[in-house]
Design a protein around this ligand. Structure first.
Ligand code: CMC
Length: 426
């Protein structure tokens, strides 16, 4: 095994170098502190591997994304979201029989306890759906105390199915509550996405038909969001789960992490940005200039990525899908025109070129959500439904491997030891 040498305090320490199946290399520092008394410093963990994982591979320089070895482009072309969920969670694509069993189980656990209605009613009308989703997923632990043990494989399996089945119901109720419409009961005869669309957009007074174009578009978006290795929310799910708390609590924490505008919350902010350009007559150039300015804290939302220093492959697929879906729905989108203009401005601007800032997954997704009538504050909840199988797979993989509780260290820079003065002397 190759090693790296660390020369420190007149000593030479040999550190093993481990290599992943796609050639990624890492210096293993697990014994660094015990051998030297030193820790490493890496704010934002940009150079720190927290685990070995066989779920998702990203090559940010070349713009490659693979789930379990399969390129995202092929999965998007050939699979449904539930097939991809099975792949992420179980490691292989399902056979027909496996897919039938999995789909049947998910589609038959979509209802949530009637008392959730009371919980939703207790929330203000303008509660953000992400706050509501996180609270309700956390509350699942109170309704299902029979599936909380992370060391019991059967209980874990039951929790996985409950989460996948119920999150679309929960997310849609957050929306229904905000607009004062009755909660719809799930329809188990519909597809996973068809049921979600009905929960969101149907009302008890009218027939509702699922539009196959919209159904396919949402399914595609869910696939593209399904996992992204050790991002902020997946790392949150792992670190919370490492305390051996139940899966509902870990996923609830992941939902909160995703909500932030530098993470999944960016999709809502992108559309707010594009709408501001459309409605307030601000030019695209002005927005791009603002995002570059050191005096302005605003960023070009939907641009840049910690890992991709090239085009985000998901953004390419979504941009193409935008044209396709809008064309099929007969929608002429001013927002899409503005997005394309901003993209062109940024990609030919030295500031963005020098920093390798390209459109990410969130840049075009909101255009599709808007075209199909999804309210802006539900964009990130859609992302959460998509990311759920990834969080579950990451949580389960951690539990299947030997792991420690997540607990980073620090370099303390505060006051050194001192005496507590009496109140009268302070
Ligand atoms: N607009 C303007 N400048 C940017 C942007 C942007 N969108 N993104 C990065 N920069 C600049 C940043 O100011 C810094 O410049 P300088 O070196 O002069 O200080 C440089 O590029 C590096 O930025 P960073 O913040 O150190 O990079 P990071 O890898 O820590 O951050 C990011 C990645 C995604 C948080 C960041 O690019 C960003 O805030 N983008 C906008 C929000 C966004 O679209 N988030 C969605 C990410 S993809 C989906 C997801 O993860 O959920």
């Amino acid at each position: 095994m190759p090693t790296a040498e660390l020369h420190i305090d007149g000593k030479v320490i040999e550190l093993p170098v481990i290599e992943g199946s796609e050639g990624e290399r890492a210096i293993d520092i697990q014994n660094l502190r015990s051998e030297t008394g030193l820790i490493t410093m890496d704010p934002g963990y940009a150079n720190t591997g927290s685990c070995e994982s066989s779920i998702t591979f990203i090559n940010g320089e070349e713009g490659i994304l693979q789930y379990r070895g399969y390129p995202i482009e092929e999965l998007a072309e050939n699979c449904t979201f539930l097939e991809v969920s099975y792949l992420l969670i179980h490691g292989e694509l399902p056979t027909e029989v496996e897919l039938d069993g999995f789909t049947n189980s998910i589609l038959h656990h979509t209802m949530i306890h009637e008392d959730f209605r009371l919980l939703f009613r207790a929330l203000p009308k303008d509660a953000h759906p992400m706050a509501a989703c996180s609270a309700m997923v956390s509350a699942l632990a109170t309704f299902y105390p029979d599936s909380l043990d992370p060391r019991d494989p059967r209980e874990v399996e039951v929790s996985i199915h409950r989460l996948l089945a119920k999150l679309p119901t929960i997310a849609s109720y957050a929306y229904k509550h905000s607009v004062g419409q009755p909660f719809m009961y799930p329809d188990n005869n519909l597809s996973y996405v068809g049921n979600f669309l009905r929960l969101m957009f149907a009302n008890p007074c009218e027939e509702f038909e699922v539009d196959p174009v919209v159904e396919k578009a949402i399914d595609l978006l869910l696939i593209l969001h399904a996992d992204h290795e050790q991002n902020c929310s997946a790392s949150t799910v792992r670190i919370v789960g490492s305390s051996h708390v139940n899966m509902f609590a870990s996923i609830s924490a992941g939902i909160n992490a995703l909500w932030g505008p530098r993470h999944g919350g960016a999709n809502q902010e992108v559309i707010e940005m594009l709408s501001a350009i459309a409605d307030e007559g601000i030019s695209g150039k002005e927005f791009v200039d603002r995002a570059k300015s050191r005096d302005d804290t605003s960023r070009l939302m939907g641009f840049g990525h910690r890992v991709y220093k090239n085009f985000d492959p998901r953004a390419r697929i979504i941009k193409k899908a935008c044209y396709d879906v809008l064309d099929r729905l007969g929608v002429n989108s001013r927002l899409l025109e503005i997005a394309v203009e901003i993209e062109q401005l940024a990609l030919s601007d030295d500031y963005f070129v020098e920093r390798n800032l390209y459109p990410n997954v969130d840049f075009y997704s909101g255009v599709i959500y808007t075209a199909i009538g999804t309210p802006e504050n539900m964009f990130t909840a859609n992302f959460a439904i998509g990311r759920l199988p990834g969080w579950i797979a990451q949580w389960r993989e951690m539990h299947e491997h030997k792991h420690k509780i997540g607990r980073p260290r620090q370099v303390y820079t505060g006051e050194t030891r001192r005496k507590v003065p009496q109140l009268s002397d302070r």
